[in-house]
Design a protein around this ligand. Structure first.
Ligand code: FHN
Length: 460
């Protein structure tokens, strides 16, 4: 009987052990084997995408660049610095009131997709230090410091996944809220760290115990991250060693993630490309400007629709649809990507002016996307009538100025098999060759007011 009891007891123990094992396996998140890609393979989706949406969103949407009747110059996301909030004022008047109940991640993704954008870069933390995700590293986040208590990064990353858009995140190295990120002699939040000789001895602690763990958290809890987009690289406290280490850390967690060049110290100001030297980062980041000519490396021009990254209702200097569409073409013709910004309001809605522009870009990309996605830089100088982009078997002539005589003069090197407008692909256009060069006979009026695209199939 004793023996039988012992056998029964050990059998029960064994069953319990197996049960515990099975339970713990079923609770573990599925780990998918990640194949480490070569650099070209890793960059492929991004090089093909060409067009993405930048979203500058945070509690700064509440003041919208205005405080007590004063309007700040430049970007409204700098309100904390420019409108002289103390940290306490900002927490009370701004972050504690951030409750964007109209936020609908699926609607944002749908608008990006309809515009023809292939990826979204969201500001997870801007210079004001407020975090849009449920962070275990800080309480200064959407769950603890604001009444909203919804993890915005989770909602948007999931909506992106569902919608087939790459989710990417922006993260500021500068932090005007964290005590260790302030240069002690500069109570003005280390905003621009105007005197680069002043050293903040606390900054390495902020880097090690705050910035790095946050980046790790974002890379671990929100699925595949397309791009990590740093900003605030200019402060002297942040070093090239930190940048290189951060880059390595990111690639260790998600080997195929792409990282912008502001992770290191190589950026040449707003021009955005790397200085000579050994710097970490996968692409250059010209800001509010487009290089004059093509550049033989990866780059992405980021740009606002009006003059502000964050929501700023007083700024009515909206770029026209024509300018935005022609910027997209210009950038792709020079081998770059276009990251176009939206500054949602404090309720979580895109400003109507932005929605209107996104729609116009969507109408254009629906007809002419073939000349953008997967297209490469023009092999020729800019023609006077517009721009060229190219693919393996075709050249695309983007005509900004429709020729009055109805004849498009193209580069004399182009070996044309046939030509047609992307707006009416079944209608072949007449191609003429004479002593003056090669020309394509166009219909009387342009199918698109801003950029009509002629696809030139090349002779094999
Ligand atoms: O200071 C920021 C600015 O607010 C905005 O985020 C842009 C986007 O590229 N970057 C900074 C300046 O380089």
């Amino acid at each position: 009987m004793k023996i039988q009891n012992q056998t029964l007891a050990s059998w029960i123990m064994q069953c319990m052990l197996v049960g515990i094992l099975l339970f713990s396996f079923s609770c573990k998140p599925k780990v998918t084997e990640v194949k480490k890609l070569s650099d070209d393979e890793r960059m492929e989706w991004w090089r093909d995408a060409r067009f993405g949406m930048f979203i500058h969103w945070g509690a700064y949407a509440i003041p919208g660049g205005e405080r007590n009747g004063e309007i700040c110059g430049g970007g409204a996301e700098w309100a904390m610095d420019k409108l002289d909030y103390t940290i306490e004022d900002y927490e009370k008047e701004v972050t504690a009131k951030f409750n964007p109940t109209e936020f609908d991640a699926d609607a944002w993704v749908a608008m990006a997709k309809d515009a023809g954008m292939k990826y979204i870069v969201l500001t997870t933390k801007h210079h004001d230090g407020f975090c849009l995700w449920d962070s275990k590293v800080t309480d200064y986040d959407i769950m603890e410091a604001s009444p909203f208590k919804r993890d915005i990064v989770k909602e948007l990353s999931e909506a992106c996944k569902k919608g087939g858009i790459k989710f990417c995140f922006y993260h500021s190295i500068v932090d005007w809220h964290h005590p260790q990120a302030q240069a002690p002699l500069y109570p003005n939040y280390n905003a621009g760290q105007k005197d680069q000789t002043v050293v903040n001895p606390e900054f390495p602690k902020y880097y090690e115990n705050y910035l790095k763990p946050m980046v790790k958290e974002l890379l671990t809890n929100y699925g595949d991250i397309g791009v990590v987009w740093f900003d605030g690289d200019w402060i002297a406290d942040y070093t090239t060693e930190m940048g290189k280490e951060l880059y390595k850390t990111i690639r260790e967690i998600q080997p195929n993630t792409i990282v912008n060049n502001r992770v290191d110290k190589g950026r040449m100001g707003m021009e955005g490309m790397d200085k000579e030297g050994n710097f970490a980062g996968d692409f250059g980041t010209p800001e509010q400007e487009i290089p004059a000519t093509g550049i033989d490396s990866d780059w992405e021009a980021c740009m606002t629709m009006n003059g502000s990254w964050g929501y700023k209702p007083s700024d009515e200097h909206w770029k026209s649809n024509e300018v935005l569409i022609q910027h997209l073409v210009d950038i792709v013709s020079k081998g770059g990507n276009f990251l176009l910004n939206i500054g949602p309001d404090a309720q979580g809605l895109f400003p109507p002016e932005s929605v209107e522009r996104l729609k116009a870009m969507g109408e254009w990309t629906k007809v002419n996307g073939e000349a953008i996605y997967g297209a490469k830089a023009s092999p020729y100088d800019c023609p006077e009538w517009g721009r060229y982009t190219r693919k393996e078997t075709a050249i695309f002539a983007h005509v900004f100025d429709w020729p009055e005589d109805g004849v498009l003069r193209v580069n004399s090197d182009v070996k044309i098999e046939s030509a047609s407008l992307l707006a009416s692909p079944d209608q072949k256009l007449e191609v003429k060759k004479d002593s003056t060069g090669i020309s394509i006979v166009l219909p009387e009026s342009a199918p698109d007011a801003y950029a009509s695209v002629v696809k030139i199939n090349l002779l094999k």
